[in-house]
Design a protein around this ligand. Sequence first.
Ligand code: SAM
Length: 198
Amino acid sequence: MTKPFSQACENNKAPILEVLKDAFSEVSQVLEVGSGTGQHAVYMAEHLPHLRWQPSDQAIYLPGVKLWCNEYAGGNLLQPVELDVTQAQWPVVQADAVFTANTLHITSWAMVEAFFKGAGALLPEAGKLCIYGPFNYRGAYTSESNQAFDHFLRERDPLSGIRDFEAIEQLAKSAGFVLEKDHSMPANNRLLEWRKSG
Ligand SMILES: C[S@@+](CC[C@H](N)C(=O)[O-])C[C@H]1O[C@@H](n2cnc3c(N)ncnc32)[C@H](O)[C@@H]1O
């Protein structure tokens, strides 16, 4: 098997790191949901040595993530665990932060709801939640490229699509999160940062 590779990850990993350096400055262990190739996991573990990074994904992605993890010499990157956010019981993972990139627009709204339910149940008070990806605001696209991307997604899978920030914020609130920051990122993406309040 060849190591999976995403050019988008290469492009966005440094800007994401810049935000996480501050957002996760007091965090000790991060659960990453939907690690994909594993590139973010290795890069973030290498550049955030004060914390442990726990990658996860659906079973089919784990061999690829492992190939990336096995090349990393540091001790703060854990082996990936299987996690489909819709499963009733998430794996027993200690975490005071959850991170996910480019996942909420890929699948159904039911998955988005399951993600917030699971993250809310997992994280302790003051735990951090950071989500990277494209979002719409007040029902409008933030760029023509996001509009084209959304059409592509919905043609491929009608249940998927770029999410409305307001709907996401409502779910986050219901799961006990308070929005701390909404970072503008390159290529019309956002990085949303919440803290668990109870
Ligand atoms: C576009 S990829 C993004 C991967 C990586 N985070 C990145 O930024 O390149 C979408 C990811 O969402 C994951 N995903 C989709 N449905 C999921 C589910 N129900 N539970 C957990 N992960 C899921 C996929 O397995 C895939 O890794």
